[in-house]
Design a protein around this ligand. Structure first.
Ligand SMILES: CC(C)(COP(=O)(O)OP(=O)(O)OC[C@H]1O[C@@H](n2cnc3c(N)ncnc32)[C@H](O)[C@@H]1OP(=O)(O)O)[C@@H](O)C(=O)NCCC(=O)NCCS
Length: 161
């Protein structure tokens, strides 16, 4: 994406799934294919947001999340390698939190690998706190690393009564 600062955050469309899968594959060892992304978007309570270039063509990154009752969960977030460290991850997370609030969520959870300091730094900047640790949660070749469970209390003034 030529200028991530000019990207618009828009709901994910089914047609965007192959492009999202491409970005996901560059960000994770265990890539989610386009069909897996479509399946997630079809789950009750799930939603996706993507960063789109002004011309509507290039996708700079995306987030998938789900709301169940008064809790929401980030299922995945990935920014295209060439568009990182320009604020897209933060904007996508803010937009996902706002959508979760609009859907009635009071807290936002996520899991992040303990060996992913960039993502952990992003979540801490947004106010997430570590509330749990799951040893051996993510595979790394022959080994495994722990997942940190992180939680962000969503602003009650924005929640539905
Ligand atoms: C994690 C990820 C989504 C961050 O996206 P991004 O667009 O680069 O993040 P932003 O530019 O919005 O960064 C916001 C803040 O997060 C922190 N941060 C983000 N990436 C960081 C890194 N690699 N190292 C240190 N801090 C980082 C910084 O505090 C940054 O603010 P700053 O640039 O003013 O210092 C992106 O690196 C990515 O897609 N990684 C691969 C997939 C992944 O790990 N997803 C998360 C799995 S839980």
């Amino acid at each position: 994406m030529s200028d991530p600062a000019k990207a618009a955050i828009r709901p994910v469309t089914a047609g965007a799934a192959p492009g999202l899968a491409h970005i996901h594959a560059a960000g994770f060892d265990e890539a989610w294919g386009a069909n897996a992304i479509r399946d997630i978007l079809a789950m009750p309570g799930s939603f996706g947001l993507m960063a789109l270039a002004p011309d509507g063509e290039a996708i700079g990154g995306f987030v998938l999340a789900r709301v169940a009752g008064d809790e929401a969960e980030i299922l995945t977030i990935a920014v295209a390698a060439g568009s990182r460290r320009q604020g897209l991850g933060e904007r996508l997370m803010d937009a996902a939190a706002a959508s979760a609030v609009a859907a009635g969520a009071a807290a936002l959870f996520l899991e992040v690998a303990e060996d992913n300091p960039g993502a952990i730094a992003l979540y801490r900047k947004l106010g997430f706190a570590t509330v749990g640790r799951r040893p051996g949660y993510y595979r790394r070749g022959a080994g495994a690393v722990a997942a940190l469970t992180m939680r962000l209390d969503l602003p009650s003034r924005l929640r539905r009564p």
